[in-house]
Structure formats: structure tokens, C-alpha cells
Design a protein around this ligand. Structure first.
Ligand SMILES: Nc1ncnc2c1ncn2[C@@H]1O[C@H](COP(=O)(O)OP(=O)(O)OP(=O)(O)O)[C@@H](O)[C@H]1O
Ligand SMILES: [Mg+2]
Length: 245
């Protein structure tokens, strides 16, 4: 077995273990929540007790939010590689996040290169990456800081190296110098309700898809995340899996 395959098998196993562990956490957690709700219904609770119960309820809600996120990551259903339109899958991702963008009062603008050739990748894995990056762009805004999100697709060619580019640009809070090295770490988050897994998952899926993720950020001005597809690499991958011998 090749080292990459061992790593893949380990990841699959961890995915399965995570999914079943999360399942096991869910039931006792709902019992705790139910009991806390029941205690809240009691008359004559002192303020201290009520505060403690409310704190415990928020903590259980946070655990629930985190395991929901973990479950959705562990459950990325894959269909293998196929040809599809990057513009179309981006529109799908934007549709899925329309309600969230609306809630933040954010306008998502697209600048699609309509002449882009199709890409060859695992659609669901790529969708997961796009969803996480657009979600982060939306969440980079707060009530004092509003603006558009610009999602762009384009292509380039240098010395026969054809690339397809995807980017999401926000003018949100940006990432401070100190945090730039941390954002891809598991569980690193600067958000009250974040799990800090979004970008770790993006990195894992991008490695699997052999696509590159880079970013540039200016605190107070915004951030751009770029995904680059190597057209020759995708062609080779297609030929390797579809050539009969
Ligand atoms: N577009 C962005 N603008 C500003 N900060 C960002 C952006 N994208 C990522 N970050 C920073 O990187 C951190 C890690 O992002 P990541 O997506 O991994 O986790 P999260 O968004 O905090 O939580 P979740 O697991 O719910 O995605 C964020 O908490 C934030 O500090
Ligand atoms: Mg995130």
C-alpha cells in the first residue's frame, strides 16, 4: 500500500469513528438539555441558580452546534471525479448561502469568465470547500462593517501551464498578522460560535483534490481566498482513470 493510501484509509477511519462518537454524544446531551429546561420551569428559583442553568444551556447548545458541524464534515458524500462547470457549482454554493448572506445584509457579486472550460474534480468535495470559504467571507462582516463579496472565476496560461482560478473577496475584518499562521490549524477560531474546523477541512479536501488554496489579507480592509486548478494535472488525472489498458 502506498503512503498516500495509508493516509487516506486512516482519514476514512477517523471520519467513521468521529461520526459514530458524535452519535453517541447526541443522546446524553439531549437528556441534559431536557433536564435543564425542566429545572428552568421550577418556581422560586434563585437568580444564581437560574444564571447557572442558563449558562449550562448555552454550553450544551455550543456542544450541539459543534457536533452538528463535525457531522456534516464527516459526512461529505463523494461521487468520485467528474467534469462540471465551476461557474455553475459556484452559483449552487451561493444559492445555498443566500439566506445567511441576507441575514448579514451582504450582497454577493459574481464575475464569471463564461468561456471557462469544465473542471475535472469531485463535485461534493469542491462544493464543501467553496461553501466554507464563502461562509467565512460572509462571517468576516459585522454590524459596523458592511460591503459586497466578490466571487470571480478566470483562467491563465504561462509556458503551456494552464490554470483555472476561483476567488472570493470580502472587505470584512481581515486577519491579523499574529493569526495568519493559525487559521488552517484544527480548532483555531476567533468566533464565539465557530468550531475552527472550516479551513482545516478545506485544506484536507484541497490536498485530496490536488488544488491550491492561498489567501491575502489586510486587517481592517478584507481578505481574498484563491483556489487554483491545474488544467494539465486534471487532464492527466482524467486520462489515468479513463484509459482502458
Ligand atoms: N474571510 C475571512 N476573513 C477574516 N477572517 C477569516 C476569514 N476566513 C477565515 N478567517 C479566520 O480564520 C479562522 C478559522 O476559520 P475556520 O473556517 O477554520 O473556522 P471558523 O470559521 O472560525 O469556524 P467554523 O468551523 O464554523 O468554520 C476564523 O475564525 C477567522 O478568524
Ligand atoms: Mg469557517
Amino acid at each position: 500500500m502506498l503512503p498516500g493510501e495509508v493516509q487516506n484509509n486512516k482519514l476514512q477511519l477517523i471520519g467513521k469513528l468521529t461520526a459514530s462518537l458524535i452519535h453517541e454524544i447526541r443522546n446524553p446531551l439531549s437528556v441534559i438539555k431536557l433536564n435543564l429546561d425542566l429545572i428552568k420551569l421550577e418556581d422560586n428559583l434563585s437568580k444564581d441558580i437560574l444564571d447557572s442553568v442558563n449558562d449550562s444551556l448555552s454550553a450544551t447548545n455550543r456542544i450541539e452546534y459543534m457536533i452538528d458541524n463535525l457531522l456534516s464534515f464527516a459526512r461529505v458524500v463523494t461521487h468520485g471525479h467528474e467534469h462540471f462547470s465551476l461557474n455553475k457549482i459556484t452559483s449552487n454554493a451561493i444559492d445555498l448561502l443566500a439566506v445567511k448572506a441576507n441575514k448579514y445584509g451582504i450582497n454577493i457579486v459574481t464575475e464569471f469568465d463564461e468561456s471557462l472550460s469544465q473542471i475535472y474534480a469531485d463535485k461534493n468535495k469542491l462544493l464543501q470547500i467553496l461553501l466554507n470559504l464563502i461562509t467565512n467571507a460572509i462571517e468576516s462582516y459585522n454590524k459596523d462593517c458592511k460591503g459586497d463579496i466578490i466571487i470571480k472565476t478566470s483562467s491563465s496560461e504561462e509556458n503551456g501551464n494552464k490554470k483555472i482560478h476561483w476567488s472570493v473577496k470580502d472587505s470584512g475584518v481581515g486577519i491579523s498578522e499574529d493569526n495568519i499562521s493559525k487559521i488552517f490549524e484544527d480548532f483555531y477560531t476567533s468566533k464565539v460560535n465557530g468550531t475552527g474546523l472550516g479551513l482545516s477541512v478545506c485544506k484536507m479536501l484541497a490536498d485530496e483534490l490536488e488544488v491550491q488554496i492561498e489567501f491575502e489579507s489586510k486587517p481592517g480592509h478584507g481578505t481574498i481566498f484563491k483556489v487554483t486548478f491545474d488544467v494539465n494535472r486534471m487532464r492527466k488525472l482524467y486520462e489515468a482513470t479513463n484509459t482502458s489498458n
